[in-house]
Design a protein around this ligand. Structure first.
Ligand code: SF4
Ligand code: ZN
Length: 262
């Protein structure tokens, strides 16, 4: 995942997962003098929620001596997650928020001059996403994600998920034992029904059949290794609105922003 001279943009939300990741990467970086770290934080514009997370993220960066770059949906896209939730689009606020966050983190990482983006998805997140893709009828998406994402066309900055095979409970344990000050209140829009149902189902399965989440992760890896290279890569053009690479005329984020503006 990591090379000796990487400049890693760590996506930092102020939650336990991203603060744990930052903490671990700071420790690793100290052993590799040619590496660099920048924490990138995104203000989605969620009243009564994001302010606290940004304050905790800022405290952690100051304490650890890590550079921090904050970008907001309002300045980048002229809207906020609160406004998107209010617009009641056909997709959930989380689906829209996720698309914009990817774009915002890419922009921040580019501004920071990073070579890689590290996100704090843990084993539970990854296992849920495998099932979510199946239940959304998009199994091929599984082959396009994974712990290390490197675009062979070189159009997107590589992304890594160093915590992808660490169970959420172990990340939580690390955060508590290390005394990390993390945000514990949940996002008011974070009730994506299907993911919550999958989370509850997988937690039950894990109790009855320990190892279920690992098995899902390994199954996805096997699919990726056996099928991923055989699938054709879509041709990318510049989005006519924002210029980002996309297989369509408009990128996913611009389609969504148009729907919000309508
Ligand atoms: Fe955005 Fe959903 Fe996360 Fe809230 S829970 S910050 S709406 S992705
Ligand atoms: Zn676009």
């Amino acid at each position: 995942m990591l090379e000796y001279n990487d400049h890693i943009a760590v996506a930092l939300s102020g939650g336990k997962d991203s603060l744990t990741l930052l903490h671990l990467l700071v420790k690793l970086e100290a052993r590799f003098p040619r590496t660099d770290l920048t924490a990138v934080c995104v203000d989605e514009g969620i009243d009564g929620y994001r302010d606290e997370a940004l304050r905790l993220a800022n405290n952690a960066c100051t304490e650890l001596g890590v550079k921090q770059l904050v970008v907001s949906y309002r300045e980048l896209f002229g809207t906020t997650t609160d406004q998107i939730a209010h617009a009641k689009l056909s997709q959930t606020p989380c689906a829209s928020c996720g698309v914009l966050r990817r774009k915002a983190i890419n922009k921040a990482a580019t501004i920071a001059g990073a070579t890689k983006i590290a996100t704090a998805h843990n084993l539970d997140d990854e296992a849920q996403t495998v099932l979510l893709n199946m239940l959304h009828g998009d199994p091929l998406r599984i082959t396009r994600s994974g712990p290390v994402l490197k675009d062979p066309r070189g159009k997107f900055m590589p992304r890594i998920k160093p915590l992808c095979d660490i169970p959420e409970k172990e990340v939580m344990l690390y955060a508590y034992l290390t005394g990390l000050d993390f945000q514990s209140v949940a996002c008011p829009h974070g009730h994506e029904a299907l993911r919550n149902d999958i989370r509850a189902f997988l937690n039950q399965m894990e109790v009855k059949h320990p190892g279920t989440k690992f098995t899902l992760l390994r199954s996805a890896e096997r699919l990726r290794t056996q099928m991923g290279s055989q699938l054709p890569l879509s041709e990318l053009h510049e989005c006519i609105r924002c210029g980002d690479p996309t297989p369509h005329e408009l990128c996913e984020a611009c389609v969504m922003l148009e729907a919000v503006a309508a």
